[in-house]
Ligand binder design. Structure first.
Ligand code: 0O2
Length: 217
């Protein structure tokens, strides 16, 4: 009985902590970080466009993670403590995604972002050269960006995902499947999707080769 009460108490504290993420201050700061990171990506694109004679980014998407999704991730990671721990351990509360046509442009973009001195890169995860067991491919950066307010400078953490249109298409279909996990049919589809991830990788490679041939004409 005491154990159950303790669990209920812990869940209540956790819920109060999570509600802090919905407050105006947190949401405002997150939106400012998204604007800054979006601007950085657009500047990197403009700089590369001048050099290459073409844009490398086709689309930029952003989102602030929903409370339900943060709650699920806290459970998965065993986070039961306070607000600070949630902010410290959930790296993708703020997410920005840049979608490129070509795989080699992702690494060009990465080089430009790595040269920005006001961007702290905490982690790089190359799921393109080292795909996840699901077949998922993308390049992830966990970063912190300084947002200046009158009274303080806040270094705000975010996840930047860099991927090609083909990788994005694959990930979208795979995302659909994630809600059906556990069902036999879903396991089979997961295996099939993994095979298609290799098809996508091949297509990305072929498209880079094709673009290079076109550039030589
Ligand atoms: P959602 O719904 O997209 O927000 P870590 O940063 O190392 O503490 P984390 O955050 O699990 O651990 O890192 P990881 O594995 O790099 O995953 C971060 C995000 O990448 C996920 O966020 C997904 O958006 C995406 N992702 C990772 N693996 C897969 C996959 O197999 N398929 C698809 N479609 N997307 C994937 P969330 O919070 O899981 O989901």
């Amino acid at each position: 009985m005491e154990k159950i009460n303790e669990q209920i108490r812990e869940e209540r504290v956790m819920e109060q902590n999570l509600q802090l993420l919905t407050q105006d201050t947190f949401q405002m700061k997150s939106r400012c970080a998204i604007r800054l990171l979006t601007a950085k990506l657009k500047i990197a694109d403009a700089e590369l466009a001048l050099k290459l004679g073409r844009n490398v980014i086709l689309n930029i998407y952003s989102r602030i993670k929903s409370l339900d999704s943060i709650r699920d991730k806290c459970k998965k990671k065993g986070i039961t403590a306070d607000y600070a721990q949630v902010i410290e351990e959930i790296n993708d509360i703020i997410g920005i995604r840049a979608v490129c046509a070509f795989e080699d442009d992702i690494y060009r973009l990465l080089d430009v972002l790595s040269s920005h001195r006001d961007l702290r890169i905490l982690k790089k995860k190359d799921y393109i050269r080292n795909p996840k067991s699901s077949g998922y491919r993308s390049f992830h950066l966990i970063v912190e960006v300084p947002v200046y307010f009158q009274e303080e400078v806040c270094w705000i953490r975010a996840e930047i995902q860099l991927r090609t249109t083909a990788m994005d298409f694959w990930a979208g279909v795979d995302h659909e499947l994630r809600y059906k996990k556990g069902r036999n049919e879903a396991v089979l589809i997961g295996e099939e999707l993994k095979e298609y991830s290799q098809v996508v990788a091949k297509l990305d490679q072929k498209m880079v080769e094709l673009r290079r041939r076109i550039e030589e004409i």
